[in-house]
Design a protein around this ligand. Structure first.
Ligand SMILES: C[S@@+](CC[C@H](N)C(=O)[O-])C[C@H]1O[C@@H](n2cnc3c(N)ncnc32)[C@H](O)[C@@H]1O
Length: 272
């Protein structure tokens, strides 16, 4: 099970400091969504608010921004960093947007969030309800069909299949794709919720990390403590150390290459 109770101020602060790669990919998503000044925008799973604060410069003072996230520590950082009176950061989940009226939002985005949402059907129904006719939704999410080809999953599975973890860890409980979707499932979900799919792509992304520790730190902060939660508690420190060492073995001339595959999608609420 994914837990929302494992986050803490250290993980939240770490995420805010080392989430540059997700921040950059979020900026690309916003560019393709062609955000305009004056729009009302909902950021679901806004985390510590970095992307929302970037977006506020685009929508300007006549726009309205609402960012929601279930983790209070992350919302607290977002509020501390916010200087815009037309922005609101609050705790909440994708499945309950009852604080927003019907047909009231121009654009909804979920940057690196959808794979965490347990009830995707409900979330898309809610998003469809609050979007104006013709309103857009954009998201990036882990590509479930390619999870085994990612560096994080392949190295984690290899390390946790060794003694003493063997037989004690279920590789399928791997948090980042526990609730993930394939491209086909994503398109079906959009269609069922009344959207027209404008774009769906798989992006192959390669990052470079300085150290194995940086990779484990990022995995823990971006999963809000769930990365090694499927490892028995008495083995977690050892697992962390073994994983850091395993990532180090991949080191090339420029750093440690780290492959991932992201689904990138844009859809519109039918009825413009
Ligand atoms: C990897 S972070 C992405 C944060 C931010 N969007 C970014 O691009 O940096 C994933 C976020 O999804 C949030 N999340 C988890 N379950 C959620 C749900 N049911 N509804 C909305 N957000 C959720 C987490 O709290 C976390 O902040």
């Amino acid at each position: 099970m994914i837990s929302l109770a494992l986050d803490n101020s250290k993980l939240a602060k770490t995420y805010d400091e080392i989430s540059d790669s997700q921040y950059e990919s979020g900026k690309k998503l916003l560019a393709e969504l062609k955000v305009k000044p004056g729009e009302t925008v909902l950021d679901i799973g806004c985390g510590t608010g970095r992307l929302g604060l970037y977006l506020l410069d685009i929508i300007g003072p006549t726009g309205r921004f609402i960012g929601i996230d279930p983790l209070p520590e992350r919302i607290s950082i977002a509020n501390d960093n916010n200087v815009h009176p037309n922005a609101e950061f609050r705790t909440g989940v994708a499945e309950d947007l009852s604080f927003l009226g019907n047909n009231s939002v121009d654009l909804v985005y979920l940057s690196a969030v959808f794979h965490w949402v347990p009830d995707k059907q409900k979330a898309l129904q809610e998003i469809s309800r609050v979007l104006k006719p013709g309103g857009r939704i954009g998201l990036t999410t882990n590509a479930k069909e390619l999870v085994k080809a990612t560096t994080l999953r392949s190295v984690t599975t290899e390390v946790l299949s060794r003694v003493p973890y063997r037989g004690q860890v279920d590789a399928e409980a791997f948090a980042p794709t526990r609730h993930g979707v394939t491209a086909t499932q994503l398109v079906e979900l959009f269609l069922d919720a009344g959207f027209r799919v404008a774009d769906v792509r798989v992006l192959a992304i390669e990052r470079l990390y300085h150290t194995g520790r940086d990779i484990v730190d990022f995995a823990e902060a971006s999963t809000f403590g769930n990365y090694l939660n499927h490892v028995p508690a008495d083995l977690r420190d050892k697992a962390r150390f073994d994983l850091e060492s395993a990532f180090e073995i991949l080191r090339g001339d420029e750093g440690i290459p780290f492959q991932l595959y992201t689904l990138f999608a844009i859809a519109e609420k039918i009825g413009a």
